[in-house]
Design a protein around this ligand. Sequence first.
Ligand SMILES: Cc1cc2nc3c(=O)[nH]c(=O)nc-3n(C[C@H](O)[C@H](O)[C@H](O)COP(=O)(O)O)c2cc1C
Length: 145
Amino acid sequence: MYQLVYLSFASKSFLADDPESGVDSILQVARVKNKDLGITGMLLFNGVVFIQMLEGDKEEVEKLYAKIEEDPRHSKAKVLIRQNSKFGERYFEDWTMGYRKVEKKDIKLIETLVPWQDVSEVSQKDVIIPKLNLMELFKQFRYGA
Ligand SMILES: Cc1cc2nc3c(=O)[nH]c(=O)nc-3n(C[C@H](O)[C@H](O)[C@H](O)COP(=O)(O)O)c2cc1C
């Protein structure tokens, strides 16, 4: 099982329109297409930054990511993780694309795991987020921390 995690920045026009319904329409399409491709995963959005995990067949995941990367609704996509999952397991078996809006109550959790603030402020620089923390973040959201 191959997993890819990237981080990107919502485009100005995406934020200027209604971002909530913007995310809805991304998810509507993603859930249908991902099901066909055998891809599962999760999307996190804090109003500025997307972090998405895609998992499935390596070739399909890379093909889909190449398409997503070109999407004008976000930019400056940066891959944080490319790996085969431990024991070949899927993290999001039942989720063609899970979604969590990062709410205030989640900020503390996020801050301990991913430096969102740093990430958005140093957008042009290399973002270094420990792999383990990032996988932990997805697990916490998955199991409803
Ligand atoms: C942040 C973000 C995440 C996305 N995630 C997915 C996804 O998981 N699956 C998917 O098929 N499309 C996703 N898309 C949309 C794709 O970029 C693309 O619009 C969609 O696959 C439709 O492509 P098509 O019109 O060529 O079929 C995402 C777009 C953005 C901006």
